[in-house]
Structure formats: structure tokens, C-alpha cells
Design a protein around this ligand. Structure first.
Ligand code: ADP
Ligand code: MG
Length: 208
């Protein structure tokens, strides 16, 4: 992860959010308040604007800016949760990191941020169900001596698996938890946007 890749990653997320905005909102209309696509789109449009004239020397600077912009521009739960995560990832990447192990450490800091704020655990039917599997995949790739690109692709695949696994779960955190057992049978919107975020990274890395 260098400064260019951080920028390309964030741009790729913005493009994916634009493309899948209606789908994210549709998922949130089933078990939430039908604004997840709108929230993510508002946040990543603000980030695209904020990064245009922003001079960053490190990948961390790009990602911290991404996080602070999300926090200030998104009203829903996902804004502070993703914002805190990107800030924590950015703080851990104050120098370029090519080793998947360093990236895993940064992602772990991001997950800790999400859990500190939202107090959700795996299995609660949230973004964490996709994120935690992506992090585990990066760790596994690092242990196997894989390069950054392989780790990014494994993370994207794992996040999508985690996203699909939320469908049968009963929500225990966030608005969807108000539905109790009626939240079962629907894919979680936040886990779906997390899968987009990790797929965007894999595509940004492979496109280099
Ligand atoms: P809101 O729920 O405020 O309308 P969004 O619709 O933008 O915010 O985001 C909803 C998503 O946020 C959920 O699908 C879930 O993945 C995630 N989420 C909600 N609460 C939590 C939490 N406490 N911890 C982790 N993720 C959460
Ligand atoms: Mg919502």
C-alpha cells in the first residue's frame, strides 16, 4: 500500500458505491431505513472532492482524510463506523507497506475501531461479518508468504463470503436488530458495502 494505491483504492470504492448505490439502499429498505446507499454515496462523493486538491505524502494521509471526511459527511451509523476504521487504518500506514503482515495490522486497528464504537461481534449481522473474514484472509496469506496482490484478492473473496453468510443471521446490532427474527433471510447492507470496499482494493491492486 503506497500513496498512489491508497488514492486508487478510495477512487475505486467511490466508483463501486456509485454503481451499487441503489442495491445498498434496497438491502437497507428490507431491514433498516433505506438510506445505506445514499449514506455511502454522500460520503464517498465528499471524499472524492476532499482528495482532489489534497497533497498527501503517505498512504496513511489519504486514508485518514477519507475517514475524517466520512465522519463529517455521513449521518447514519455507517459513517462514524467506517470513518473510524479508515482513520485507524491510515494511522497504522504512515509509511508505504508492501508486506501483507503490515496491512493486516492496519486492518486489525480498523476492526478494533469499529468494535470499540459499535460493540458488535462476528455473527451479529453487521459489516463486521465481512470485515473480520477479510482480515483473517490477509493474515492467512501473510503467514503463507503471499504477496500484497494475493492478499488483497483473498480478502475480497473472504469479504464476499462473509457478506453472504449474513443472510440467515438474526441482527443483534443496529436498526436491523429492532426487527428481531424478521431480520433473518436478508443480506446485511453494511456487510455488502464492506465487500465492495475489499473488492475495490483487489481491483485497484490488480490494475497496477
Ligand atoms: P443507519 O443504520 O444509521 O441507517 P446505514 O444504513 O448507513 O446506517 O448503515 C447500516 C449498516 O451499518 C448495517 O447494515 C450494519 O452493517 C452496520 N452497523 C449498524 N450498527 C452497527 C454496529 N453497532 N457495529 C457494526 N456495524 C453496524
Ligand atoms: Mg440505514
Amino acid at each position: 500500500m503506497d500513496t498512489d494505491l491508497a488514492r486508487t483504492w478510495v477512487q475505486a470504492i467511490a466508483a463501486a458505491v456509485e454503481k451499487h448505490k441503489d442495491h445498498l439502499t434496497q438491502l437497507d429498505s428490507a431491514i433498516g431505513d433505506a438510506d445505506h446507499g445514499v449514506n455511502m454515496h454522500r460520503g464517498f462523493s465528499a471524499i472524492t472532492a476532499a482528495l482532489t486538491d489534497y497533497k498527501a505524502d503517505t498512504p496513511g494521509a489519504v486514508l485518514v482524510k477519507t475517514g475524517t471526511t466520512l465522519i463529517s459527511s455521513v449521518g447514519g451509523a455507517s459513517g462514524p463506523l467506517y470513518g473510524g476504521a479508515f482513520r485507524a487504518i491510515g494511522k497504522a500506514l504512515d509509511t508505504p507497506a508492501t508486506d501483507p503482515r503490515q496491512f493486516a495490522a492496519a486492518l486489525a486497528a480498523g476492526l478494533a475501531g469499529i468494535q470499540k464504537l459499535g460493540a458488535a461481534a462476528p455473527g451479529d449481522k453487521t459489516m463486521i461479518d465481512a470485515y473480520a473474514l477479510a482480515l483473517a484472509a490477509v493474515r492467512q496469506q501473510a503467514d503463507a508468504g503471499a504477496d500484497f496482490a494475493a492478499a488483497a484478492v483473498a480478502a475480497a473473496d473472504a469479504a464476499e463470503e462473509g457478506m453472504r453468510a449474513t443472510t440467515p443471521m438474526q441482527a443483534r446490532k443496529g436498526r436491523a436488530s429492532y426487527l428481531g427474527a424478521r431480520s433473518m433471510g436478508h443480506q446485511d447492507p453494511g456487510a455488502t458495502s464492506t465487500a465492495l470496499i475489499f473488492r475495490a482494493l483487489a481491483e485497484a491492486v490488480v490494475a497496477r
